[in-house]
Design a protein around this ligand. Structure first.
Ligand SMILES: Cc1cc2nc3c(=O)[nH]c(=O)nc-3n(C[C@H](O)[C@H](O)[C@H](O)COP(=O)(O)O)c2cc1C
Length: 147
């Protein structure tokens, strides 16, 4: 039974929409998909027991949010080495957040990250059919990588 966690932060709902679309793609090949705001995750024990992890955060001031930085310190304690991973986020013009999260998952947590890299979408793109499909395809690809 394959289980994936999609954990995200979102101030105005764009990254949240991406999280839900990615979950739709994951459901093609995954038994259980849990979509959670990072604020609903108490400690590292809440992160244990999944086969894959996809973390998302919007970019504010060319950075990820403070909440996501704290969340990644919790995730470090969960020992996610070798687990399948992905990262995503919405932005308007620069979009640093998703690739920064992806890099942390790859280089610090030593996760088996999707070859697709981080999924960055402009907020204008998120609500389009193309944006929806990009998220669904990303979820589908990560789900297939889990097997
Ligand atoms: C004060 C402020 C600062 C922002 N800084 C950036 C930025 O540095 N780079 C960028 O690409 N987008 C920036 N944005 C745009 C947000 O990333 C964008 O609105 C995003 O879709 C918000 O996602 P959310 O709805 O999940 O919170 C900024 C937005 C605000 C309001």
């Amino acid at each position: 039974m394959k289980k994936v966690l999609v954990a995200y932060s979102s101030r105005t709902g764009k990254t949240e929409a991406m999280a839900n679309y990615i979950a739709e793609g994951l459901r093609f090949s995954t038994d259980e998909v849990v979509v959670k705001k990072i604020s609903a995750i108490g400690n590292e024990l809440d992160l244990i027991g999944y086969d894959g992890y996809i973390f998302g955060c919007p970019t504010y001031h060319k950075d990820m949010t403070g909440g996501m930085k704290q969340f990644l310190f919790k995730a470090e304690l969960a020992n996610l080495t070798g687990k399948i991973g992905g990262a995503f986020g919405s932005h308007t013009h620069s979009g640093e957040s998703a690739p920064m999260i992806y890099d942390t998952m790859l280089h610090v947590f030593k996760m088996d990250m999707t070859d697709l890299g981080a999924l960055k979408l402009t907020e204008a793109m998120v609500q389009t059919d193309e944006g929806l499909k990009a998220c669904q395809d990303y979820g589908k690809a990560v789900g297939e990588q889990i097997g």
